[in-house]
Write a protein that binds this ligand. Structure first.
Ligand code: SAH
Length: 323
């Protein structure tokens, strides 16, 4: 790779070594279903922001979502990530019922990623069987956070993450790399924040300028800096799950696989059904239109070529004996 000078090579090898020692050679495959793109927030970087009227909005019906989760189980996924925009109209009890049906009914592990909610909602979903929650902190610099989120503050984001931790979730946080105005000192703070929170998962990906957002004209985040961040996250959080995020794939064709060489050990494969996949436009270039069966087979094959293998278990955090 063009960005492999001697220091970077050393960093990559160190991260790869720590990864193999602490979380092994398995790569956990998660199926992500983006079940709604309805969002009331105005985050400057995100294509789902409510001001973007060019995106057709959708919310999958419960049965449709259940059928898709069933398909994921059939394809031998053990985890489904249920993600959406932030929609206060999403009724906590409805999602709790879905969680219950997917966990108890289909035997899958559920990761939720539906944004900032009340503590009682998080608690009800935990009771329903959800064990993981993904809420990226986006940036740990309160000033930069404010400049990107006109309708929400850093303290609230942090509070939500603390609640999730308290409730016993395996918590995934993470940040974007190359945000306008972001310095390397801020990136260091992102890593330290995740270390302090002792996250079970850290999703690190480049900022991708999204059409029809205020940041559409800004430059894309650096791939090399993203690899460095992933590698450093592995050194600071040896036991964490680190995904090769989808955004790395937009930045570089096989970016998600490249991340696996820099300390990553998780891949999230898109299982959002076709009409909706096109409308979940957080950022451009995500569209894949591959048959989910082929998608999984291709990844398993590529993993084998890299000397890695698809995880066979539920892929919980290795931090505790039982979750
Ligand atoms: N609403 C949910 C999750 C949906 S967005 C929540 O708030 O957690 C999922 C993630 O996509 C965000 O956390 C953000 O890190 C990422 N994202 C959004 N816009 C992006 C962009 N333009 N470039 C890169 N990542 C982006």
């Amino acid at each position: 790779m063009e960005h492999e000078g001697p220091e970077l090579l050393y960093l990559r090898e160190a991260a790869d070594h720590v990864r193999s020692q602490h979380v092994g050679d398995e790569v956990h495959l998660r199926a992500i279903i983006e079940f709604s793109n309805v969002c009331t927030r105005s985050c400057y970087y995100c294509g789902l922001r409510r001001q973007n009227q060019t995106v057709p909005r959708y919310t999958m019906q419960e049965e449709e979502l259940l059928a898709q989760a069933g398909f994921a189980a059939e394809l031998r996924y053990r985890t489904v990530v249920l993600q959406s925009g932030e929609d206060p109209g999403l009724v906590a009890e409805d999602l709790a019922r879905v969680v219950q049906r997917v966990t108890a009914g289909l035997g899958l592990v559920v990761t939720l990623s539906v944004g900032e909610r009340q503590r009682s909602d998080y608690a009800s979903w935990y009771r329903a069987g959800a064990r993981r929650y993904l809420l990226k902190h986006e940036t740990a610099d309160p000033g930069l956070y404010r400049s990107l989120h006109p309708d929400a503050g850093w303290d609230r984001r942090r509070q939500c993450l603390l609640w999730l931790k308290e409730l016993g979730y395996q918590v995934g946080s993470g940040c974007m790399v190359g945000l306008p105005g972001q310095t390397t000192a801020m990136l260091a703070d992102d890593l330290l924040f995740m270390q302090e929170l002792d996250v079970e998962m850290a999703g690190i990906g480049p900022f991708i300028p999204s059409l029809n957002t205020p940041l559409a004209g800004e430059p894309v985040g650096s791939a090399a800096m993203t690899w460095k961040m992933v590698a450093l996250a592995r050194l600071l959080l040896p036991q964490a799950h680190l995904p090769g995020t989808t955004a790395t794939r937009v930045r570089e064709r096989d970016g998600h696989l490249e991340a696996l060489r820099w300390g990553a050990n998780v891949l999230m494969l898109n299982l959002t059904p076709p009409p909706y996949q096109d409308w979940y436009q957080i950022y451009p270039g995500r569209r894949q239109h591959v048959d989910p069966r082929t998608q999984r087979e291709l990844v398993v094959e590529r993993l084998q070529k890299m000397g890695r293998r698809a995880g066979s278990g539920p892929g919980h955090s290795v931090k505790k004996a039982t979750w």
